[in-house]
Ligand binder design. Structure first.
Ligand code: BV8
Ligand code: ZN
Length: 244
């Protein structure tokens, strides 16, 4: 089937669906200027994920890890939602039962107007105190290298989920429920290597949903999904959401 027929088939499935779930990864923010993790020029290029995004790395060298996050916050602060983020906000508006599950911590889905949103890996704009456990929104780009809790002065950390850390059980429960209940799941811009996020697509598949992948490249999901659309999310998502 040529791609225009695939896009039409995907758009038709979405138009008819009352229950839709979406799983997004770093690829949906790439065109907004947010570097991906594993692609060329990605965040991990000169580091391995385990070196930076782990509690052990933070305990060993909080300054190194905070410098990485301050750099990412500064970069993301200049990024705006793109056509792909905005298309998902439109899709939410017209879909009775909609859940957007994102692995991204950049906040661009919320900025695009998405509301039924599960940020299962947390947010780079939230901090949590290592001493008193308070968690709050902190968007300043002028924080000291080692930011202190405004309540107790304890050391803050980014309120994101690191490797080896469990996801928020309530968020994971809601994500699993959405994957099981949906008629259509869109999987956009993820390399499908990080668990348990990537597994949500197969949960939807096994529960009988039509799973549609949008990615520049093939992924471990590509052979298992119903439709795998190759190309930029910024081009394909509006076409699939608004009709070709
Ligand atoms: C857990 C937040 C239970 C931080 C992230 C061995 C040891 C320890 C753990 C494990 C292990 N083996 C497996 C595990 C489990 C581990 C895991 O999955 N590891 C992987 C690497 C194998 N998972 C965990 O640890 C999770 N917790 O399992 O708890 C537990 C408890 C104790 C011990 C063990 C298990 C927690 C995982 C969360 C980690 N946190 N981020 C931060 O961001 O700073 S993960 C990080 O990767 C981001 O969240 C990111 O979103 C996520 C996934 O990456 P992608 O989003 O897919 O991005 P990527 O760059 O990889 O791909 C981009 C894609 O977009 C590409 O396919 C590209 O082609 C495409 N693309 C690019 N441009 C475009 C595009 N597509 C369309 N259009 C474009 N324009
Ligand atoms: Zn505190």
């Amino acid at each position: 089937m040529g791609q225009s027929a695939e896009i039409a088939a995907a758009a038709d499935r979405l138009a008819k669906a009352e229950r839709v779930a979406v799983l997004t990864g770093a690829g949906i923010s790439a065109e907004s200027g947010v570097p991906t993790f594993r692609g060329p020029g990605g965040l991990w290029e000169n580091h391995r994920p385990e070196e930076l995004a782990t509690p052990q790395a933070f305990a060993a060298d909080p300054e190194l890890i905070w410098r990485w996050y301050h750099w990412r916050r500064g970069l993301i602060a200049d990024c705006r939602p793109g056509p792909a983020h905005l298309a998902l906000a439109r899709l939410e508006q017209r879909t009775a039962d909609f859940t957007l599950i994102t692995q991204n911590v950049d906040g661009l889905h919320a900025a695009a107007g998405s509301r039924r949103l599960l940020e299962i890996h947390g947010s780079i704009w939230q901090v949590r105190c290592q001493a008193c456990g308070r968690q709050y929104r902190e968007t300043s780009l002028e924080l000291p290298t080692l930011p202190a809790c405004r309540q107790c002065g304890g050391l803050l950390r980014p309120a994101v989920v690191w490797f080896g850390e469990s996801l928020d059980p309530e968020l994971l429960r809601r994500a699993l429920a959405a994957a099981r209940a949906c008629q259509v799941m869109l999987v956009v811009g993820t390399s499908a290597v990080v668990q348990p996020a990537a597994g949500l697509a197969m949960v939807a598949k096994e529960a009988g949903a039509v799973v549609i992948e949008i990615n520049l490249e093939p992924t471990p999901h590509s052979g298992q999904v119903d439709l795998s659309l190759r190309g930029r999310a910024g081009r394909l998502l509006p076409a699939v959401v608004d009709g070709p």
